[in-house]
Design a protein around this ligand. Sequence first.
Ligand SMILES: Cc1cc2nc3c(=O)[nH]c(=O)nc-3n(C[C@H](O)[C@H](O)[C@H](O)COP(=O)(O)OP(=O)(O)OC[C@H]3O[C@@H](n4cnc5c(N)ncnc54)[C@H](O)[C@@H]3O)c2cc1C
Length: 458
Amino acid sequence: MEHSVPDSTPPFFAIHGERSGRVIVVGAGAGGMMAAGRAAEMGTNVLLLEKTDGPGKKILVSGKNRCNLTNARDLEDFFSMYGPNGRFLQGAFHRFFRDDLLAFFARYGVETKVERGGRIFPLSDDAADIVKAFGRYLKDYGVKIRTGVSVNGIAVRAGFVEGVRTEEGLLPARAVILATGGATWQTTGSTGDGYRMAAAVGHTVTKLRPALVPLVVIEVERAKSMQGVSLRNVRLTAFRGPAEAIDPALTPAKDTGRGVEKRRRKGPVIESRMGEMLFTHFGIGGPITLLMSLSVVDALAEGPVSVAIDLKPALTAQELRVRLQRDFDNFGKRGFRSLLAGLLPHKMVEPFIEMTGIPADRPGHQISAAEREKLLGLLKALRFNIRGALPMTAAIVTAGGVALGEIDPRTMASRLVSGLFFCGEVMDIDADTGGYNLQAAFSTGFVAGEEAAKLLLS
Ligand SMILES: Cc1cc2nc3c(=O)[nH]c(=O)nc-3n(C[C@H](O)[C@H](O)[C@H](O)COP(=O)(O)OP(=O)(O)OC[C@H]3O[C@@H](n4cnc5c(N)ncnc54)[C@H](O)[C@@H]3O)c2cc1C
């Protein structure tokens, strides 16, 4: 299906396009639309190919349909959000960063607002406004968009891009920008095609792993019994080794992990986060679980991993011990079930009765010190062994991708094939939640578009 070739296309673009060939952008997602628009704005003839029936499908579902498009944090803080690969983005961010992005959207009528954690959303809370803004941008600069076209290969001759292969045959181009995204949430069109296409022309694709993904526990029945409970202000810590080997004394008092620390941790603690999480029918999910999921997935490749949930992180073990003793004495006639109800969400009371083995109706003053210690241990370190993560299709982003050493960070150009460029998630880039993934796609898309255009115009 062919979309707009606007009547308003300035003749300059057409003439230029004929003279110097065209740019083909594969994938009309965040990176691809930015790349296509920028290449056309620079004065080249651009064809944007999208395999689904419309552009920006993943943008539409992003940020719970509100699109957390970037973040208000400082540039320096951004880099740590992408783990060890963050520095690759330095050049792209210096050329096109948050303020440029916000100015771009303002130009197309999208006002924005900043929320908790610096997250930036459209003022309308509607991700569709972001896609519409791109629609206007692409139209303004005469980008030709074809949807329902699946690219299945990059044509290369003697080290130079010749075009792309589709079911219709070869579509010639002097520059190709691969913007096919990752391999997650496949209904949005990102099915990992770009990895296969890049590998077919000689690029290395680093190991693909799900990131920002819920975790499956071995004690699945236990998790299920608390399914739907959302915990706020708890500390979740992932440890190397099985749950029974966890030493709760090693639980850090502060967050550790990507975006917080510069280096990857060695030793038993993998990552620790305070915030919100939830129990599901298979294990654990929610914001802090997603944030630490990639470290857990990577650590699982090396051996067993377990987690401990500190349900009362504001109190030290000793403070909690004193409090339990005081409460159980003060309300000594109340049964254990009723005492637990004052400490835990309703749905966690029965599982705690089972785990402690303390009879539900035992009065507080009859609960022994040893039994109180058992309860204390569970409140400070509710343990689960991790079986794995949900599959790639359920992850928010794909970790791994086209190896960054084979891409020039100043231009997003392939170091192996002349005329081939990359942008967005197809590269070995992934970030924490907070708008960082989309900013990376927009910034690298901008650079790839501009550089592809420069190649044609030179
Ligand atoms: C549920 C969910 C919520 C998210 N929320 C946020 C958020 O709020 N903030 C944030 O920063 N990030 C968020 N992300 C991540 C973010 O959306 C992605 O990292 C980002 O969209 C990647 O942009 P991209 O351009 O690289 O790829 P995509 O946006 O995935 O676009 C790739 C496009 O390429 C097309 N394509 C693929 N293969 C072919 C082919 N063979 N031929 C033609 N076209 C092809 C696809 O159909 C798709 O349209 C979220 C992700 C998910 C799944």
